[in-house]
Ligand binder design. Sequence first.
Ligand SMILES: Cc1cc2nc3c(=O)[nH]c(=O)nc-3n(C[C@H](O)[C@H](O)[C@H](O)COP(=O)(O)OP(=O)(O)OC[C@H]3O[C@@H](n4cnc5c(N)ncnc54)[C@H](O)[C@@H]3O)c2cc1C
Ligand code: SF4
Length: 462
Amino acid sequence: MANKIPRTPVREQAPEVRAANFEEVCFGYNREEALLEASRCLNCPRPRCVEKCPVHVNIPGFISKLAKGEIKEAADIIALDSSLPSVCGRVCPQESQCEGACVLGIKSEPVAIGKLERFVGDWRIEHPELFTPQHPAPNGKKVAIVGSGPAGLACASDLAKEGYEVKIFEALHKTGGVLVYGIPEFRLPKEKIVAKEVEAVSKLGVEIENDVIIGRTMTIDQLMDEEGYDAVFIGSGAGLPRFMGIEGENLNGVFSANEFLTRANLMHAYDDSYDTPIYTGKRVVVVGGGNVAMDAVRTAKRLGADAYIVYRRSEAELPARVEEVHHAKEEGVVFNMLTNPVRILGDEKGWVKGIECVRMELGEPDESGRRSPVAVEGSEFVIDTDVVIMALGTSPNPLIRDTTDGLDTNRRGCIVADEEGHTTRPGVFAGGDAVTGAATVILAMGAGRKAAKAISEYLSEK
Ligand SMILES: Cc1cc2nc3c(=O)[nH]c(=O)nc-3n(C[C@H](O)[C@H](O)[C@H](O)COP(=O)(O)OP(=O)(O)OC[C@H]3O[C@@H](n4cnc5c(N)ncnc54)[C@H](O)[C@@H]3O)c2cc1C
Ligand code: SF4
């Protein structure tokens, strides 16, 4: 029976090798492995995996095609719901979504849905000639998209497929949002994967203009009143880092994870042929327990530092993907759990020399359902370090809010929008991290797609 086959292991770079390079950790499945793994799927009549996928990819549909070796057909099925399969196959938290719900997981191991999606997505990238996009007749309406992250790209793709003239305005010189400036090369290759998925969006007829900051180069009002856009989608993400507000955060050697990762990824600081400076010293302490913290600490490790995580809760509460935590440990990252920084210590020249922390224990559950950490009195201790990286979450940049009348934001600075992406300003839609605060690629993509539908309905009624 199909479910007697054990989950097909995936090949990876050995930890001691990859901890010193920026190449992709996971090699993914080859054809034979992918077909074998696909054959494990039971093709459930009421697939729980699909219910748990935020964009409801027809998982058994694509896997059953793949199991028969019909990879093009599998790719066509995924493309109905996802424009970024190679990205999502690599970075989605499958363990809490599709794979977490897979019926095979009850008695053994779930189908490796993410790795199969990745295989099909990569196959599609390698066979562009088989995927010529249809160009519908233009419907004469123009939509502007602010930001080229997963939310903007997904919204743009769906609208272009319906005949809208779509243009993305992106502040950075590269397209892809966090996919290019945040998530490191060793998890998500930029040229081989992100650039190709962006290219597929461009091939639908979407125009992309980089180096344009909406709210500075041009406002949303100008886009609508002067440039003739009938609607605007804001997918500007949540790129503003948070700090703890503790003593010593202004010392030399304290960075936000955003800055550290942008230097490494977008500005190639790890590559000697670029001049971008990046400072790690001998030891780096990263404060936080999410994907951003794991990316920062693993980047620091690859740059040659002894790398430490400091996280105030226990391992069970770590918000990062299980795979990233596992990989970080294999690579030699040291985890200090139930530990919270109290202040950062500096030398006489103003450089970081240590971080004072306090031990924590878990108390009662808070509103998120997770047990709250409580400081253990008198347990303070110092970790010597040269660099402290804060990975404590991010919020949206206030620029668009401050330059757009009638656009409400909440107390966290997120744009107020309903499930379909309608904001408080008619004709202006929003989705992704700009609305939810820092979340996930697939949720941003889903929000972009819902907003595309709402924009289309709004413009047809108009
Ligand atoms: C380091 C890191 C690791 C992560 N790891 C994972 C992971 O493993 N799995 C996962 O699912 N999620 C992960 N996430 C979260 C995920 O990447 C985000 O939730 C997702 O990218 C949000 O998509 P978005 O389109 O809303 O915004 P973004 O990806 O942030 O894109 C927004 C874009 O808008 C541009 N922009 C902003 N303001 C303006 C303006 N005024 N004018 C023009 N352009 C503007 C920005 O430059 C950016 O390119 C990670 C995030 C980070 C930072
Ligand atoms: S729940 Fe698991 S076995 Fe069932 S269709 Fe989804 S992937 Fe296949």
